[in-house]
Design a protein around this ligand. Structure first.
Ligand SMILES: Cc1ncc(COP(=O)(O)O)c(C=O)c1O
Length: 422
């Protein structure tokens, strides 16, 4: 049972969880296994999953082709730390799918990719400062933990090196004026790092032409533009946010959907920047597990599947997300909530505020207590959305019409209960 597992866990694992985002009051449910759109808990409840490994599980849990590719590889060995054909094939697939990227380096986690992208940008520009956006999350290390979103938004940064954090300059998302002003007053900016669609402050969508104008400012000021596509890569479209919005960054980070949730990530970028990576260049990046055969076999199987299904998969994900978001909007309106829903492609989130959600400060005005009540009520009826307002809800290829209908009905019931607390 989840309650007794959590009691065991909290004695020996700080807070009982291995990543703070997983904790919620009074204690989190423990997963037993996953199938398609569902997680089956240690309490034998079946939940329709809209958290999906915080966006990683694009095809669905235990997706047959991915699991069989990994099983096949397991028979042949899981790590060699010498190059394998898998790595070459996966890099080729990434370059085929993501427009205008010329070289790829494989890694394991999202944080590694953003850290090394920033290092590359500093080496390339010979400048030091990093510009990041209020509410964007790029990983758990000092100089991106400056007003981050996600579970780091409570700003508990004891032990961080203030000198490192001071190298990072902060601007509001969707505010080109603020970025213009900053670039005019500071000539030591190496890079602008941005989640092209902000998925760690709930879901914030870039305003019309925001990303293309961001691109132009970076070009003019000779600043490296890094799209952190850890969430949006292969999810927003086969070529991620870059393809979706038609804006090409200098470096792009990829993770999560790249391997349907296996620990796998990548940096893709222009050749003149990527060539700076060691051993060809002098920017050091290395990892025992980078490009390991298990993760790459999952990556190849996932990208081949996404590629072959793309004409059906992406429209289906968008259609389901639209239907669900509109269903939630109808109920919010009927119940006269001051609330709104943001959605794009296979991502959505709702906010209990009448403020237009366009940046982190508007999200902070949303009523988190009502969100947590909604989470609790939905969980009781078999629907799992992320426990925090600062996360995004996702849909996978394994979700079906029945899941969507049941979810809209569950939202209707849950929202009626939440209304009592408004
Ligand atoms: C946009 C973004 N970048 C970077 C990261 C860090 O990835 P990881 O947790 O794999 O280190 C995350 C994690 O959720 C993320 O959402």
């Amino acid at each position: 049972m989840s309650a007794s597992l959590f009691n065991r866990a909290k004695e020996i694992i700080p807070g009982g969880v291995n990543s703070p985002v997983r904790f919620y009051e009074p204690y989190p449910f423990f997963a037993s296994y996953g199938r398609g759109s569902k997680i089956i808990t240690e309490d034998h409840d079946t939940l329709i999953d809209y958290c999906l490994g915080y966006g990683a599980v694009i095809l669905g849990h235990a997706y047959f082709e991915i699991i069989s590719a990994v099983k096949k590889q397991l028979e042949k060995g899981n790590i060699f730390c010498v190059p394998t054909e898998n790595e070459v094939r996966l890099a080729e697939l990434i370059i085929e799918m993501v427009p205008n990227m010329e070289m790829v380096r494989l890694m394991n986690t999202g944080a590694e990719t953003t850290m090394h992208s920033i290092r590359l940008a500093r080496a390339f520009t010979k400048k030091k400062k990093v510009v990041k956006f209020d509410g964007c999350y790029h990983g758990a290390y000092d100089y991106v933990l400056v007003n981050p979103g996600s579970s780091a938004s409570n700003n508990s940064f004891n032990g961080n090196l203030v000198e490192a954090m001071n190298q990072t300059l902060l601007v509001p998302y969707n505010d080109l004026g603020a970025l213009e002003n900053l670039t005019k007053t500071n000539n030591d900016i190496a890079c602008v790092i941005v989640e092209p669609v902000l998925a760690n402050m709930g879901l914030i969508i870039p305003e019309e032409e925001y990303l293309s104008k961001l691109r132009r400012i970076c070009e003019r000021e000779e600043i490296v533009l890094i799209f952190d596509e850890v969430v949006t890569g292969f999810r927003l479209s086969p070529g991620g946010a870059s393809e979706y919005f038609g804006v090409i960054p200098d470096i792009m980070t990829l993770a999560k959907s790249i391997g349907n949730g296996f620990p796998l990530s990548a940096i893709a970028g222009k050749k003149n920047i990527m060539e700076l990576l060691s051993p060809e260049g002098t920017v050091f990046q290395g990892s025992t597990y980078a490009g390991n055969p298990i993760s790459t076999s999952a990556g190849i199987a996932t990208l081949e599947k996404l590629s072959s299904l793309k004409n059906e998969l992406y429209p289906k994900l968008s259609r389901f997300t639209d239907t669900l978001s509109n269903g939630i909007r109808d109920h919010l309106r009927d119940l006269k909530f001051k609330a709104s829903v943001n959605n794009i492609s296979s991502m959505f989130q709702l906010y209990f505020t009448d403020e237009k959600i366009k940046d982190a400060s508007s999200v902070r005005k949303s009523n988190n207590i009502l969100y947590k009540k909604l989470f609790d009520e939905l969980l009781k009826s078999g629907i799992f959305i992320p426990p925090s307002q600062f996360e995004t809800c996702f849909i996978s290829y394994s979700h079906d019409d029945d899941d969507i209908d049941r979810t809209i009905e569950s939202f209707a019931k849950a929202l009626k209960k939440v209304k009592d607390f408004e």
